[in-house]
Every structure is written in C-alpha cells, then in structure tokens.
Write a protein that binds this ligand. Structure first.
Ligand code: GLC
Length: 530
C-alpha cells in the first residue's frame, strides 16, 4: 500500500543523543545511518533530525554559524548525502530542522552586521537605539530569560535576540534576508531532503512599533517560567507569519511534494489559522495534547474539535514529546504512556514519536554539575532544564547503553537495564512491541490510514471510546484513563482484538463488548464484525 504524507509517521531524532559512531560520546550522522533499519522495524517512515549544522553548540546546534554545512561533530556533507541515500533506499523520508529566525554570533552575516552601522548587512539583524537614558529599547523578554536586547558598545546600539544573547535574530523584514534564507532552503532541497521542520516559526516576526508588552495577569512569580511574565502580543503569532507559509511553499514546490511542519506552541484558534493559511502539505505541530492534564474529558474535547476542524484536507498532528519538553512517561506515568501511545498512533493524521518514547524512556536525572542546557543555566532554574529528555538512546545493557563506548555528553538514564531496545525486542509485552504492533497494523489498516474518527458517548465516563472507519473496516478503540478496573457494556456485536496496551491478549481473540472489563490504564484496538 502506498503511503503519502497524510499517512506518515515521524520518528524524531536528536542527533547528539541517538547513536555515536566515532566514539566521542556524542551522536552523529553515521550513527543514525547505522540505526535506519531500526526505524524501519519500528514502523516509522520519516525521520526528523534536529540540527546538524556547524555551530558553537551553545544551544546544541540551534545556534548556527553556517547554514550550508555539517558540524564536524556530526560528520560531513558527504555523510549527510549518504544518510539521505541510505534512508531513501529504505523508503524513509528525511525532514531536517530549518532555523530561519536567528544565527549564532559567529555567523559571518552577524560578524558583518555588528562591524559597523554602515555595513551592508547591518539591517540583516534587528538593531535599535537605546532609550535616551541608555536603557533597552523596550521591555521585550527573551524566551531564555532576561531582556531580548543586548547592547553592542562598538556601534552603540542594541540588537534583538529571542533566545540566547549569542543567538541574534535575523530581520525577516529585509528582503535580502528572505532571499538568502530561501537559498539555504534550496541548498538542502537540492541534496534531496523531503521536508523541513521550521524552528520557532511563531517568533520570526515582531511588531514594527516596538511598544512595550503588557504584563500577563496569570503569571505567578517564582512558579512560572519568567518569560510568561508578559503577554506576548507583539512578539508572537504576528499576522505576517501566515503569508510566509506560502513563500516557503513556493520554494518547496520547485522540488516536488515536499512537506513542512512548523514549530508553534499555540492554542487551537491560532493552530487552525496556521493550517488554513498553508496547504495540505503543511501542518503545525500540535503540542496541546501533552500539555493537558491526564484527564479523559480534556483529551476527548480537544481531539473531537481538532479532528473536525482540521478536516480531511489537512493533516492532524499529535506530539507527545520532543527535545524541549519532559518525557511523556515521566509526566503521566508508564502505564498511562502506553494508553497515550495507543491514542496517538490510532488517531487520524501524523504522529511524531520522539526517540526513546517507544521504549518508555523517562527523564534522566541530571545533577547540577552535569547540567548542559543553556536555558536552565541562563534562568538559573533547573526545572526549565531540557537535559533530562535528551539523555542518550538506550540500545542495550552495555556500559553506555550501546549509545557509545565513551562517556556520553549526558548521563545514561538509570532505567536503561530494562528500558532498552535489545531487551524490549525479546519481551513480547514490552512498550517497544506495543509501538511495533500498532505501527505495523496501521500500515495495512485502511481505517487507521484513511478512515474517519468518531468518539462515542458511552456510559462509563472513565473510558475513552472512538471509532475509526473506512468503508467496511470498523475499528473501535477503548482507553481506560483510570487506575481502576472499568466495566463496559456496549451494544456492539462481538469484536476481535487487534491488541491491548499490555500486549497480554492474543490477536484475533474475541471480546464480548456487552460485558467486558478493562484493567487499570488498559487500552484496546478492536476490529468489529461487519
Ligand atoms: C526551538 C528548538 C529549541 C531551541 C529554540 C531556539 O524551540 O526546538 O530546542 O532552543 O528553538 O532555536
């Protein structure tokens, strides 16, 4: 069966932490190549690789000093080409991170821009005069803490940085910047990438009046991330972003059916705007699910509306975790994570699996002196640290979990003796086998690939029940969100088990839906008789 973007499953690889092939304790491109067969076995068909560009690595590759090369830590351009080739040989599509909003200090564009007020690249970044008393141009905050402005004594102006001060923002209102960044896109498209994940899409444009942002009344000092102190009406979700999607699409279309996914931490209304401003080969990442409390009603009401509003033209996306957020199994618990996986992989649209989710990896424990993440260091708040979710992939029970033979850049998660690929491959009830079972079933199930989604109103309020239907194939998914056994009695004919979330039930066994019990946090995929 032919799959296209609407049916794809993305596997997200954080390259520093996936597989180290050259024994330096940091993952690399050749390491990813070594593990492509694993991605195929898992049942994903697309990989998204976080950045591998040359970088001073203050933000681990999201701070770029050359957009058209590979950092020696990760390999070479030749390794990159080889990765594309090897992935394509296995029918795996490759999405790379495209970071339009900022560069590293060291990027030659910024070096030129900062060299003098009359340098032709001055306006490639966002420079503003100090206020008469010498202070910052306005109260805008950096996502990573402190002011968004940094003073440059040499030229007597402030430049803007949405993240670290060493990551100055590019000025997307300058057409030369737009052209240069679109050329960067073409550079990678020519090398054969299949799509891009657009980093920090929501932050690219800022309002041109540079007015102070109002305070956020919901902000709780000492409890919330300091960035939340303001209501970001001038620095996030600006209207110019919507037409920008078309600009990117034009370039992508020069190379065929390329996909783009935008990183946007936004709620439903803005999410839907982003969908509608783009086309069917664009989707914003939907992060709403993993932000919800573990509560059936919250999940169900979000999904019911989202599924309907996105419709069949666009691709609904569901993300449970990534390199910026704590791992789902840590947030909600291991059994709940099985339910969340069953939900994510059986909903309409495109799931993204963050490396390690499929073996139930939890956040690693990072001591203060092991802390690497610049955000946490900058704000001085360990809770904001992103290291725990970036610990190395756990492949086996060797000293460094088969990730490397040298001490890795972040410690190996303490649970690796069980939570690793090798052990879980041979454990028929493991999380890994749950992912494989569902993903492989999904590949040949028209109902999961193309079918409609409809949630059912059932008596038991602890069980989320929905149907996926395509022509004669009818699947019923039942998810017990509670920690207690739940009885269900549905007026539906006997059904056949595809799998349950603990993988304890045999495929094809019958389940009498008129009188059944779901174990605590148990989910089922069931095939209904015609
Ligand atoms: C995105 C990335 C994050 C990075 C930031 C700045 O949010 O996912 O890891 O730190 O952009 O580029």
């Amino acid at each position: 069966m032919k799959t296209n973007w609407h049916q794809s499953v993305i596997y997200h690889i954080y390259p520093r932490s996936f597989k180290d092939s050259n024994k330096d304790g940091i993952g690399d491109l050749n390491g990813i190549i070594q593990k492509l067969d694993y991605v195929v076995e898992l049942g994903a068909d697309t990989i998204w690789i976080s950045p591998t560009y040359p970088s001073p690595m203050r933000d681990f590759g999201y701070d770029i000093s050359d957009f058209c090369n590979v950092d020696p830590l990760f390999g070479t351009l030749e390794d990159f080409d080889n990765l594309i080739q090897e992935a394509h040989n296995r029918n795996i599509k490759v999405i790379i991170d495209y970071i339009p909003g900022h560069t590293a200090w060291e990027h030659p564009w910024f070096v030129a821009s900062a060299s003098s007020r009359i340098n032709p690249k001055r306006d490639w970044y966002i420079w503003r005069d100090p206020k008469p008393d010498g202070s910052v141009p306005n109260n805008w905050l950096s996502v990573f803490g402190g002011s968004r402005w940094e003073y440059d004594a040499r030229t007597g102006q402030y430049y803007m940085h949405s993240f670290l001060k060493e990551m100055p923002d590019l000025n997307w209102r300058n057409p030369e910047v737009v052209d240069a960044m679109l050329e960067v896109l073409r550079f990678w498209l020519k090398r054969g990438i299949d799509g891009i994940r657009i980093d920090s899409f929501n932050v690219i444009y800022k309002h041109m009046d540079y007015l102070d942002e109002p305070l956020n009344p919901a902000y709780i000092h000492g409890e919330n991330d300091p960035f939340r102190e303001h209501d970001h009406i001038y620095t996030l979700s600006q209207p110019e972003l919507l037409p920008l999607l078309k600009t990117f699409r034009k370039v992508l279309s020069e190379f065929g059916d390329k996909f783009m996914v935008t990183e946007s931490y936004v709620e439903m209304p803005q999410l839907l705007k982003l969908y509608r401003a783009g086309d069917s080969l664009h989707a914003p990442f939907n992060f709403n699910i993993f932000k919800l409390p573990w509560n059936l009603n919250e999940y169900k009401s979000f999904i019911d509306v989202f599924d309907k509003e996105v419709g069949h033209e666009y691709i609904p996306t569901y993300v449970l975790g990534n390199h910026d957020n704590h791992r789902i199994a840590t947030k909600i618990g291991s059994n709940q994570a099985r339910i969340a996986a069953m939900l994510q992989l059986t909903l309409r649209g495109m799931p993204t699996v963050y490396y390690g989710e499929e073996i139930g990896m939890i956040d690693g424990e990072i001591s203060l002196d092991e802390m690497q993440d610049p955000w946490a260091k900058n704000v001085g708040d360990v809770r904001l640290g992103r290291d725990p979710q970036r610990t190395p992939m756990q492949w086996n029970t060797e000293k460094y979990a088969g990730f490397s033979t040298k001490k890795p850049w972040l410690p190996i998660g303490k649970q690796y003796m069980y939570s690793n690929v090798e052990i879980q491959q041979s454990d028929t009830q493991s999380m890994l086998n749950l992912y494989k079972t569902i993903l492989h079933f999904r590949k040949q199930s028209p109902a999961l690939l193309y079918g409609t989604y409809e949630s059912l109103k059932i008596k038991n309020k602890n069980v989320y029940a929905y149907m996926r239907t395509y022509k004669t194939e009818k699947l019923l998914i039942l998810l017990n969100f509670s920690e207690e056994e739940q009885k269900i009695s549905l007026n539906i004919p006997t059904s056949q088990v595809i799998c349950n979330s603990y993988l304890t039930k045999e495929k094809g066994s019958l389940m009498d839906l008129k009188n059944s019990t779901l174990a605590p946090f148990e989910g089922y995929i069931l095939q209904l008789s015609q």
